[in-house]
Each structure stands twice: as C-alpha cells, then as structure tokens.
Design a protein around this ligand. Structure first.
Ligand SMILES: Cc1ncc(C[n+]2csc(CCOP(=O)(O)OP(=O)(O)O)c2C)c(N)n1
Length: 357
C-alpha cells in the first residue's frame, strides 16, 4: 500500500550501526507503514545489483590492465539506489544519468553486452561505439544516457517529464545526480519548473559524500533535501545502502508522479567504493582524500551484502539459489566482455554519419 502522506520531511531506513550521526538519525526514523517489496522483486533486485557490481569490478580491472580506451567512473557501492528506484519504472519511463552511469543503465534494463561493447568503443555498442562510457544511452528502453556535464541530466529529464505531462499517459521521468550536481543552478531551475507545471519528475540525489576529491560539506551548504522544500516539492532522506528503504521511498514518489501530483525529491546517502574515476591514481600522485578506515566502515554496509543477508534471514532465498544467481551473473559478465572483445571497431566512414542531419 502506497502512502503519499509520508513524503514530506520523512526519513526512511533500517538500523545501521557504525555510520555517520546524521545517517543513524535517518536509520532510526523509519515509518512502519512503508510499502514493502515482494520476495520475487527482492530477488530480481539482488541479481540486478550483483550484475552492476560485477560489471564495474571487471571494468576497473580491465582499465588497470590497460584494456580500456578511457577512464571509467564506477558505481560500485551505490547499486541499491539505481536498482531500488528503477524497479518501479516501466520501459517507457525515462531516466537520465550522470558520469557514473553504467549502474543506472543496467538498473533500467539496458543490455549488458551492448553497454560493454560501447565502453570498448565497438560498433556493436549501444551507441555504435561513438559515445563510450560517459554516453551509454538507449532511447528504446527509456535511457536518455549517461552525461559528462554535471547536472546535465536534470534538465534533460525536465524535458521528458514535460512531454509525459502533455501525453497524460502516466509516464514518469527520473534524474539521477550527485551531491556535487545539486549545487548547479540547473537543479533550482528544474525544481521551480517541475513544481510549477506539476511535472511527473523524480529528483534522485545520490549523496555519496564526495564531489570528485572534495568532501560534500566543503562544497554543499545546508541539507540538499531542504532545497526541494523551498519549492514545495516533497522530499525524503533515505539510507541509500538499504535497498528496501530506497524501494519504499521510490514507490511513493513514482505513485505521486503517475497520479499527476507533481515532482518528488529523494536524497539517498551512499558511498562510492571505487575511486572517483579509475584513472585517478595517476593524477592524484599518492595524495589521499579519504582514509582506508572510512572505506572499510562503508564496506561493512555494503548494499548487496545487506540485501543478501536479508533474503537469507527472511527465508526468501536459500544459499543454493543465491549461489546460482551469482554464477549466472558471472557468466553474463564474461559473455559481455567476450562479445565486446570479439566485435569490430566502427568503420572509419561512420565518423561522419551521425554528425549532420
Ligand atoms: C558542468 C561540469 N562541471 C564540472 C565538471 C567536472 N566534474 C566531473 S565529475 C565532478 C564531481 C561530481 O560530483 P557529484 O555530482 O557529487 O557526483 P559523484 O562523482 O560523486 O558521483 C565534477 C566537478 C563537469 N564534468 N561538468
């Protein structure tokens, strides 16, 4: 049962020790009448999160081995946000992403082989090898794409939400962006317009506590979610490493958008387990911007391990069933990498094919 009255100034989460005080606060204020994902949905989401993690791990390893043509911004650690939100979306709904876009692409149902080939700049890639890691897009599945312009996806999603509002068919548009992007002017413009025109838009801020190598508190003034309140847009803060909490918050936001009640804002606290970009060790030259202890403390709150434990504790899956999923995902990733390696690069004449209309 979806309860929209929880959308204002609510905090949804699970008990979570060893975390920052404000997250503990969020974790302790869970409402009791949240909607709950079914066991079948939880299993689907577990598999999707695992696929994202294994893809990102493989891309990181392949980058370090010199097998990729560009640095990749990995989504490891943040999987519960993309998956918990996208589980509510239809293929015809739209999402827009940021530079950390592989996870959003896969969470929305993008094809892993076509994404892998795109990242390897092969003609079989989802953008024919012309876009690469920061432009994985598939319009046929409602994926407007990753985006190298911080905050760029927020304005794109405003446009798709406007078209959905005109169509009146209950479509929803979701913008995923980081805490750093929330400081861009475009977020205020989008909040204003979407509130004014009651657009079916959901702002999902993945607050992973860093903007590149700067801690969020040195870049962002105040609480990000409070910016939504200034425009009368209901907002929630959630523990973004808690799949159930993200799923519950997204259930309410999506229902509100489909019912024509306007935009919602979700600020999901999470942590990126990888570097800002896989190439960073080269240009940081040994400089540290976060401690090993901090990374370790977040590893203990791994969203995939937490989802796995809950499935087992709730008797919703057996070890054998989860092991079968893990083996299937490993095979899928291996097949995607092989597909990318075996595919040819784009032919030279393609370079001009998509330049002019
Ligand atoms: C308009 C713009 N400004 C600056 C950059 C450089 N830049 C790339 S990623 C990034 C940090 C973004 O931080 P955040 O939005 O929190 O996302 P995260 O990397 O933490 O996922 C910056 C400043 C850019 N790509 N585009």
């Amino acid at each position: 049962m979806i309860n929209n009255r929880n959308m204002t100034n609510q905090r949804i989460g699970d008990s979570a020790p060893n975390i920052r005080p404000e997250l503990k606060d969020i974790a302790m204020n869970g409402s009791t009448d949240e909607p709950i994902a079914s066991p079948a949905q939880r299993l689907i989401m577990f598999e999707r999160m695992l696929l994202i993690r294994r893809v990102e791990e493989r891309l990181g390893a392949d980058f370090r081995a010199g097998k990729l043509i560009a640095g990749v911004h990995l989504y490891s650690g943040q999987e519960a946000v993309g998956v918990g939100v996208c589980q509510h979306l239809r293929e015809s709904d739209w999402i827009a992403s940021n530079h950390r876009g592989h996870g959003h692409f896969l969470a929305k149902g993008g094809d892993v082989r076509a994404m892998m080939a795109e990242i390897h700049a092969k003609v079989t890639g989802v953008c024919k090898g012309m876009g690469g890691t920061m432009h994985v897009a598939d319009l046929s599945r409602g994926i407007l794409g990753a985006n190298g312009i911080v905050g760029g996806g927020i304005s794109l999603i405003c446009g798709s939400a406007y078209s959905q509002a005109l169509q009146g068919a209950g479509g929803v548009s979701v913008a995923f962006f980081g805490d750093g992007a929330s400081t861009q002017g475009v977020m205020s413009e989008a909040l204003n317009l979407s509130a004014l025109w009651k657009l079916p838009m959901i702002f999902v801020c993945e607050n992973n506590l860093f903007s590149e190598f700067s801690r969020s508190e040195t870049v962002v003034a105040g609480r990000i979610v409070d910016r939504a309140a200034a425009y009368g847009v209901p907002g929630v803060q959630v523990d973004g490493n808690d799949l159930d909490a993200v799923w519950a918050a997204a259930a309410q936001a999506v229902a509100r958008a489909r019912a024509g009640q306007g935009p919602s804002f979700i600020e999901a606290f999470t942590y990126r387990m990888a570097g800002h970009v896989e190439a960073e060790t080269g240009f940081l030259q040994g400089a540290q911007y976060r401690s090993g202890d901090e990374v370790q403390s977040w590893a203990q709150r791994d969203p995939i391990l937490r989802a796995r434990t809950r499935l087992l504790e709730g008797a919703q899956a057996t070890e054998a069933a989860l092991a079968a999923i893990e083996a299937r995902v490993a095979g899928e990733v291996e097949a995607a990498v092989q597909f990318a390696i075996d595919s040819p690069p784009p032919p030279p004449e393609q370079a001009l094919q998509f330049m002019f209309a």
